[in-house]
Design a binder for this molecule. Structure first.
Ligand SMILES: C[S@@+](CC[C@H](N)C(=O)[O-])C[C@H]1O[C@@H](n2cnc3c(N)ncnc32)[C@H](O)[C@@H]1O
Length: 265
């Protein structure tokens, strides 16, 4: 579902307006994830896990982010893997709005992935998009993030991959709802407390590997997770304030695992 240029322009105007009254420079990444953040709410621990797995496959891994948008997550990965690349179908998000396209993003459909990568990352993808075949063909290790309700197109078990591990984090919507309830909406304290108990966290990270590399992937992730938490990004304060702390357990029965805790398959 490419965005229409008109929609993108309107959204960018809304972001400019939001900035004029916003109470934190970090709120916009959850209210305007496409322009200012990502659809999955991540911490530095997520970046470091992904990097650790990629480096276990190769000391200078080749890495591709599919459907990278403006590359918010990819830029974090490039701090550690400077050769990491992105592929994005919709050139209009750059050219239509006069935004410079970084040279490490190729404008093309994911069906045209045409070389091998040590790791392919498929961040939050719209329902209806299914490029499992080209992704599975060109790598042995896949990291996906997906919304809990829309998982099929991100499941690679049927492509000779093994799900090695997974963990749960909030999506931008979960965090945005919390920010709006806590900070930008006037309501009685008891109602706000009631809504907070219903907090959800619908974003799942799946780590897939070809069976032959599953041991290496698992070991790299285990070692990395043992060192956590290490460093953090400034914007993680918003997650802490909204009750999405590292290893936080929510009261919502639909999200029973502590957030960010690695679950082994
Ligand atoms: C929901 S946005 C997510 C962007 C980014 N991954 C994030 O999480 O913030 C999905 C992105 O995937 C791109 N996309 C959709 N289908 C694609 C395809 N077949 N090949 C490459 N990119 C695609 C869209 O244009 C859009 O930028």
């Amino acid at each position: 579902m490419p965005f229409s240029l008109e929609d993108l322009r309107k959204a960018r105007q809304a972001l400019t307006q939001f900035r004029s009254t916003s109470l934190s420079p970090h709120h916009e990444r959850y209210s305007f994830p496409f322009f200012a953040g990502s659809y999955f709410a991540y911490r530095k621990v997520d970046v470091l896990r992904v990097v650790a797995i990629a480096r276990a496959i190769s000391p200078s891994p080749s890495y591709l982010d599919v459907g990278c948008g403006y590359a918010d997550f990819l830029k974090c990965i490039r701090e550690f893997i400077p050769s990491a690349e992105g592929i994005e179908k919709d050139g209009g998000i750059f050219y239509g709005l006069g935004i410079a396209k970084p040279e490490y993003i190729r404008i093309a459909d994911a069906h045209w992935i045409d070389k091998k990568y040590d790791m392919i990352f498929v961040g939050w993808m719209e329902p209806g998009q299914d490029f499992r075949d080209p992704v599975a063909r060109e790598t042995d290790v896949i990291v996906t993030t997906l919304d809990q309700g829309i998982s099929l197109a991100a499941e690679f078990d049927g492509h000779d991959f093994r799900k090695v591990a997974w963990w749960r984090t909030p999506s931008w919507e979960d965090v945005n709802t919390e920010i709006m309830n806590r900070i930008y909406t006037k309501m009685p304290d008891d109602r706000r407390a009631g809504l907070t108990k219903m907090r959800g966290a619908h974003n799942l990270w799946y780590i897939y590997s070809r069976p032959a590399k599953a041991g290496i992937v698992k070991e790299a992730l285990r070692k990395q997770a043992e060192q956590e938490p290490v460093d953090s990004y400034d914007f993680e304060n918003v997650l802490d304030e909204c009750g999405y702390a590292y290893l936080q357990k929510l009261e919502n029965l639909a999200a029973p695992e502590p957030l960010w805790q690695v679950q082994w398959d």
